[in-house]
Design a protein around this ligand. Structure first.
Ligand SMILES: Cc1ncc(COP(=O)(O)O)c(C=O)c1O
Length: 368
């Protein structure tokens, strides 16, 4: 059962936050939870659930709208009229940011960096066209950083959102998401999970969930499956982000408790060779959940995460008898395939045409 949201649970738990932290509703509903009966039988799990954040918004779902509710509200509050964000060329975050900028009358920009080319990456680039994102591309990290700096220096009404929207402010979206889950547990919509599996990329989702789990006093252990280089999405960096995000809350409400991090475990065993490069186990996991539950995952984030969950169960890394396992689906499920099929890559900046002008197998380091 999904209910309309009036304001974040975060503001209900801590009313002093509301006057200090700008917020705009972009995710209209609480996202439903659902038991995956077919797959739990197949995998031999007593109780397997999904949190359907694929349904956060009919404009563009996934985990981004929750972060953008705070970030774009801040952009508006600071009287910015443009937003620059950054990501790989197949970034879901850059698309989501552009989609909601359009809704709020903000002009979107995205500085994109090379990542291995897949069909998913190509489709996302075409979707950037649909959402009229102003794209800046660089093949090297150095060039990318220079272009970002140059763009920011050019304009003082441009609001900057870093990778994945995972700033201390953006992370608040997932503190709220954990409180939303607590509310669903209280309402009897699902049992309290023993384990949550979630993709850990730019870390805001995991960091926010960890804070929220502690504030809600849930027993749940969070397994963050690392999908970006483990040196980047490390335990230290994830904790650092959570500490900063908690400090932001404590600025407005001194009663916010300190974090213990007893519920956080990260695992890089399912990362594979590179960010964005699909793994065979990830692709198998995508096929399995499609076959048994008709759920679509992506190869960069959620496929690798679901592969981790399956492996934990199969190799008995976690005790699953009488346990409740929740998979947090962070991938958008609004279907843009028809729109994408009508987009012409030639309308993209010339620097990006190569993505479409060679077969996938010929593109160095690319994968299907
Ligand atoms: C589909 C999907 N899942 C998970 C993530 C990772 O979330 P985070 O960057 O907050 O760690 C992303 C980030 O872009 C994503 O697009």
């Amino acid at each position: 059962m999904s209910e309309s949201r009036k304001k974040p649970f975060l503001f209900e738990y801590y009313p002093d936050l509301e006057s200090g932290i700008p917020w705009i509703k972009l995710a209209p509903m609480r996202t439903p939870v659902k038991q995956l009966f077919n797959l739990q039988d197949k995998l031999g799990i007593s109780s397997l659930w999904i949190k359907q954040d694929n349904l956060t918004s009919p404009i563009y779902g996934g985990n981004k709208p929750r972060k953008l509710e705070y970030l774009l509200a801040d952009a508006k509050y600071k009287d910015c009229n443009k937003v620059l964000t950054v990501g790989g060329i197949g970034s879901n975050h850059c698309i989501a940011t552009a989609a909601f900028c359009n809704e709020l009358n903000l002009t979107p920009y995205a500085a994109l960096l090379y990542q291995p080319i897949t069909t998913h990456v190509r489709n996302n680039l075409l979707l950037e066209l649909y959402f009229k994102n102003n794209l800046i591309y660089s093949h090297t990290a150095r060039g990318w950083r220079l272009r970002i700096r140059w763009k920011l220096n050019e304009d003082d009404r441009i609001y900057y959102i870093g990778q994945g929207g995972s700033s201390p402010l953006g992370t608040l979206g997932f503190i709220d998401a954990a409180l939303e889950l607590k509310n669903q547990i209280n309402n009897g919509e699902l049992p309290e999970p023993d384990y949550i599996f979630v993709a850990n990329g730019s870390m805001g989702t995991t960091a926010g969930l960890i804070i929220g789990i502690e504030l809600a006093r849930l027993k749940t252990i969070i397994y963050g499956i690392q999908v970006t280089p483990p040196t980047f999405s490390s335990v230290k960096n994830t904790q650092k982000l959570a500490i900063k995000s908690r400090a932001l809350l404590a600025k407005y409400d001194k009663s916010i408790p300190k974090l213990s991090f007893e519920h956080l475990i990260l695992d890089d065993a399912y990362f594979g060779e590179a960010y964005g490069k699909p793994t065979p186990e990830g692709l198998k996991a995508i096929n399995l959940i499609k076959e048994y539950e008709d759920i679509t995952l992506d190869p960069t984030y959620t496929g690798k995460t679901f592969a981790g969950l399956i492996d934990y169960v199969r190799t008995k890394k976690i005790k699953i008898k009488d346990k409740t396992v929740l998979f947090w689906n962070t991938f958008n499920s609004v279907d843009y395939s028809e729109i994408i099929s009508k987009m012409d890559y030639q309308r993209l900046p010339k620097k990006l045409h190569w993505v479409f002008e060679h077969s996938l197998s010929k593109l160095k380091n690319s994968c299907i």
